[in-house]
Design a binder for this molecule. Structure first.
Ligand code: FAD
Length: 426
């Protein structure tokens, strides 16, 4: 079976690895940029995604570039604690949560694709321009190379893993336009700063109007107690501002330090973290509306191309990984390609639409907004403001919707395809 994957982001590369593990060999990944570089800042791989990476034999490699957070803790904008919970193994999962640098993770996946499927599997510098999906048995894709020449590829399955500005999705939904923006701006960066709390805690402070998120990307060095921390500072943009959703737009840290000037807590100096940034990238809080179908002929959408969502809940990369593993499992185990694409879409589209809806309502971070609405000046004890069972319910509901409640995940059957049932598939 000829499989063409458009986009060598996290979703596309994990799809290639998952298909290889399921016995497929005729796989090409086609990427627009001429040379992939380790771009982006930190992302979180939640236990459900780490389970899939583990089953792909990548656990040690990925753990080697990341940090497993011990806890997730929410605070209000005065630095007072709202909710805190153990994460990963400490929360009873069989798999850890891992915080990694997106670009380093993408390069690791690229190396593994080339090692397992051969150098040349990932063709860079080819941009998907259009797809003929009218034939029920084959998709014909037209790419444009750096010289402006056309390259035409035929595929039995064409996977559109080409991100939030997906060309495949735009062809199918031409009136969709730019991703909708909720008016918040994110400033993302990394900084080498003194260790805070236990050195492995992911923190979120603030509310729906202004927020600061931080988590370590490296263990503190023993001598100086400094670690590399990823942060996201978030604030509502002024009335009338416009959004440019480019993942790599650098900005000056100074005005952002000013916005957070009062956020010096006894457990973390937020302005110091921002001022120490190795670089800051600006990105608007955008997502995509759910769409009625991901499949057309032999083409299928995956990852951000299918369901870009706000980073509330740290689920973008993890959901792309779940898509990839589900798609490979279905293609390997369903009786026909049509049945496989339909089953994948049935597994993943309603689930991600529900999650998308939850992220628009702030996902698990709604506890911060509730604390703000009920006690804008702060509180002596959070349970005077939000009862413990309400806090527990919000945390639990999100995990169930995102597919990573501990019991459900630990007991769920594997998406791996037994190799005896999946010898080399033509
Ligand atoms: C440069 C970059 C930096 C990012 N940084 C962050 C970050 O710091 N934090 C965060 O939370 N998320 C970041 N993201 C998004 C994050 O990677 C995704 O939300 C998530 O991992 C899902 O991945 P994906 O593979 O679906 O999409 P993406 O990771 O966006 O990958 C899509 C890939 O498709 C390629 N592509 C796009 N159009 C075409 C085309 N027409 N033809 C061929 N190839 C095409 C892109 O170049 C890209 O490599 C970033 C994405 C990119 C592309």
């Amino acid at each position: 079976m000829r499989i063409v994957i458009v986009g060598a982001g996290i979703g596309g590369l994990v799809t290639a690895l998952s298909l290889e593990a399921a016995g497929f060999r005729d796989i090409r990944v086609v990427e627009r940029v001429r040379e992939l570089r380790p771009l982006g800042v930190g992302i979180n791989l939640l236990p459900h995604a780490v389970r899939e990476l583990t089953e792909l034999g990548l656990a040690e490699l990925v753990a080697g570039i990341g940090v497993a957070p011990s806890r997730l803790a929410y605070f209000n904008r005065h630095g007072q604690p709202i909710w805190s919970e153990p994460r990963g193994l400490d929360a009873g999962y069989h798999w850890p949560q891992l915080s990694v640098h997106r670009g380093e993770f993408q390069m690791l996946l690229l190396r593994e694709v080339e090692r397992r499927l051969g150098v040349g599997t990932v063709q860079q510098g080819l941009r998907l321009a259009s797809v003929d999906d009218g034939d029920p048995d084959v998709a014909t894709a037209r790419f444009v190379d750096a010289a402006g020449d056309d390259v035409v590829l035929e595929a039995d399955v064409l996977v559109g893993a080409d991100g939030i500005h997906s060309a495949l999705r735009a062809q199918r939904y031409p009136d969709e336009g730019a991703p909708p923006w909720n008016g918040l701006i994110l400033w993302r960066g990394t900084a080498i700063v003194p260790e805070y709390l236990d050195g492995r805690t992911m923190i979120m402070a603030g509310d729906g109007e202004q927020k600061f998120v931080a988590y370590p990307l490296s263990a503190p060095d023993a001598a100086a107690g400094m670690s590399r921390v990823n942060f996201i500072a978030e604030r509502r943009a002024p009335e009338g501002a416009t959004a440019l959703s480019d993942w790599n737009r650098p900005v000056d840290p100074e005005p952002i330090v000013e916005l957070f000037a009062g956020w010096r807590f006894d457990w973390l100096d937020v302005p110091l973290v921002i001022a120490s940034a190795e670089g800051i990238l600006e990105y608007p809080m955008v997502d995509r509306d759910p769409i009625p179908s991901w499949t057309s002929g032999r083409t299928i959408l995956l990852g951000d191309a299918a369901h870009a969502m706000y980073p509330n809940g740290s689920n973008g990369a993890s959901q792309a990984i779940l898509d990839a593993r589900t798609l490979a499992h279905r293609i390997a185990t369903e009786p026909s390609v049509e049945a496989a694409l339909a089953a994948y879409e049935a597994d993943r589209r309603p689930a991600t639409a529900r999650l998308l809806e939850m992220t628009r309502r702030l996902g698990p971070e709604q506890v911060m907004q509730l604390a703000y609405e009920r006690a804008p000046q702060g509180f002596a004890d959070v349970h005077d403001v939000i009862p413990r069972d309400e806090l527990e319910r919000i945390a639990r509901d999100y995990k169930v919707a995102a597919g990573f409640d501990p019991a459900g995940l630990n007991e769920r059957s594997s998406l791996s395809v037994p190799t005896v049932a999946a010898p080399e598939r033509a």
